[in-house]
Design a binder for this molecule. Structure first.
Ligand code: FES
Ligand SMILES: [Fe+2]
Length: 433
């Protein structure tokens, strides 16, 4: 249980709040690069600030304050020009730093006037990496985007799922330090939801490969990038990967999950105190001996969270997590919770957050702020080999985890996984090593 003040301190993301200042030390993925192909401007809300994303005709991507500094119209309706974003109301133009660079009528009346030099709104750096657009909203100089090893993988296929969730980011991240939910939320409630859906569609699913084994013991270890989760499940011991290697959650708001063939990073990017942009980068590796053409564009999909009846979608794995996080409320009332043995990872995460906020308050760089390019080539992450993932049926078959992927993308992914069919024994062996 926390005090109301501690709960606020951990969850607020606006400028000047301790949590907001911590979050402003990181690059956050907030859109897919392909979104700007559809329309060159997009309203964006990030860390409690209203912004507009645009790509001008020279290809420069800007992320600036959303409302025009003149008389406050919404610049997501503005016009990207050769260099800058022009307001549609009276033609003022801002560049990617937020500096006003043109004021057509002012310049007509006062050709030597210097008014525009005094007009500047917020403008934040943006980078494209792994098909995502990333923003940095903290003090200069900006650090590097951590280059986790999977971002260096080649010969595979990736796509990006983006869901807007009506809850604070910390509810999502706490779930990543809570292994016991697996056997209940996914293995018990979730399986019932999947079965009911399959029956409603006229079939009967085979769910046996996806029912997790019950946890017997859980453990958590801090490491330089976050917290490693360890577990002993029924039928395993501390000699197995689940305990010896474990699997990481990355500070402050990233989950990494996967096996030797498929993996994903889930970023819980705060939109504001009660809304989160859940950005998942999925990767599917092709089997050795198969060469895939280089992927020119990484497709994205917008993840719906409600079904036709207006209820939260319950039958896909990541959506089961969404149901838990969202139904905790816009910002979970941690004052009223009763923590037990299954919550030791959550307690450790909160402690880590409090410590790292203090480091920021004292002027230091918190965990995972990386500035040395020599340390950012391919950061290795521990990865457990889950017993259930040794099932060949799970390696080569694609399970949709989030709604909204097109049939075309699903079939592309299945095509990549099919390349493993003749390698199944090898995969099982490597998972056991
Ligand atoms: S309101 Fe934008 S130029 Fe006038
Ligand atoms: Fe989960």
């Amino acid at each position: 249980m926390l005090s109301a003040q501690d709960n606020e301190r951990l969850t607020q993301v606006g400028p000047g709040t301790p949590g907001g200042e911590l979050m402003r030390r990181y690059w956050h993925p907030f859109a897919a690069a392909t979104e700007l192909d559809e329309r060159p401007t997009k309203p964006v809300r990030l860390l409690g600030e209203d912004l507009v994303l645009y790509r001008d005709k020279s290809g420069t991507v800007g992320l600036i304050e959303r409302f025009c500094p003149h008389r406050r119209v919404d610049l997501s309706y503005g016009i990207p020009e050769e260099h800058g974003l022009r307001c549609m109301y009276h033609g003022w133009m801002m560049d990617e730093t937020g500096q006003c660079i043109e004021q057509p009528f002012e310049e007509t009346v006062h050709p030597d006037g210097r008014f525009k030099e005094k007009v500047k709104v917020a403008g934040y750096p943006v980078q494209e990496m792994a098909g995502m657009l990333w923003a940095y909203m903290g003090p200069a100089p900006a650090p590097l985007i951590p280059m986790w090893e999977p971002y260096t993988y080649e010969n595979g296929y990736s796509d990006i799922g983006i869901a807007e969730l009506p809850c604070n980011w910390l509810q999502c991240q706490e779930n990543s330090h809570d292994p016991v939910h697996l056997e209940w939320l996914h293995g018990y409630w979730g399986v019932v939801q999947q079965r009911e859906k399959a029956i409603a569609l006229g079939g009967e699913p085979d769910l046996s490969p996806i029912i997790p084994r019950n946890h017997k013991e859980i453990g958590f270890t801090e490491f330089e990038h976050g917290i490693i989760k360890r577990r002993v499940v029924e039928g395993t011991s501390k000699e197995d990967h689940d305990w010896k290697v474990g699997h990481p959650a990355l500070f402050p708001n990233i989950l990494f999950v996967g096996d030797g063939v498929k993996c994903n990073f889930q970023y819980r990017t705060p939109i504001d105190d009660t809304t989160t942009l859940h950005v998942t980068w999925f990767f599917y590796k092709a089997a050795p001996g198969t060469t895939l053409p280089k992927q020119e564009k990484i497709p994205h999909f917008i993840v719906p969270i409600y079904d036709e009846s207006g209820k939260l979608i319950p039958d896909l794995v990541n959506h089961q997590d969404f149901v838990a996080w969202i139904t905790q409320g816009p910002n979970a009332d941690r004052v009223q919770e009763k923590l037990g043995e299954s919550d030791r990872g959550i307690i450790l995460l909160r402690k880590q957050l409090a410590e790292q906020m203090k480091i920021v308050e004292d002027g230091g760089d918190p965990m995972n702020v990386i500035r040395d390019p020599g340390k950012n080539n391919s950061i290795e992450l521990p990865l457990e080999r889950w017993p259930s993932l040794q099932e060949v049926s799970r390696i080569a078959v694609y399970f949709t985890a989030q709604a909204g992927e097109t049939e075309e993308v699903k079939s592309d992914i299945q095509g990549v996984l099919d390349t493993w069919a003749s390698h199944a024994d090898e995969v099982v062996a490597s998972n056991r090593s």
